[in-house]
Every structure is written in C-alpha cells, then in structure tokens.
Write a protein that binds this ligand. Structure first.
Ligand SMILES: [Zn+2]
Length: 72
C-alpha cells in the first residue's frame, strides 16, 4: 500500500520549497515515475530526483497541466 501525497503528472508545474539559484521556485514535471524529471521554469535547467525527494521538496502544485494555446 502506498500513500500518494501529490497527484503528480507530466506537464504539471510545481513550486518547490527552496528556490533555484536562478530565483525561480517553479518546476515543470517532464516525466514522473519512481524518479521525476523536472525542468526549471526560470532557466530551463533539468534535474532528476526520486519521487520521494520530490514529495519532500514540493510546496504546492501551481498548474495541474500544461496549458496549450489552441487558437486556430
Ligand atoms: Zn533555474
């Protein structure tokens, strides 16, 4: 039995507790599984961390999905 703290999905934007050196706290989830692949919304830097570490580092979810412009 596993306890799911956050309903992570790829495309989500999450706010972490500690800001990145570039000043941004927002990270886009690129891939989520046992490990999470994140991209900094401020500088575009990518990092991989375990899901458990991500859960510990997450302050809140900013967006549940990537918003796509669908103007014709
Ligand atoms: Zn950054």
């Amino acid at each position: 039995m596993s306890f799911v703290l956050y309903p992570y999905r790829s495309g989500m934007l999450v706010e972490l507790r500690k800001p990145h050196p570039c000043g941004s706290r927002a990270w886009r989830i690129l891939r989520i599984g046992a490990d999470a692949r994140l991209q900094c919304a401020g500088c575009g830097r990518q990092m991989t961390l375990t899901r458990r570490r991500l859960e510990q580092a997450t302050r809140r979810i900013l967006e549940t999905e990537m918003e796509e412009e669908t103007d014709p």
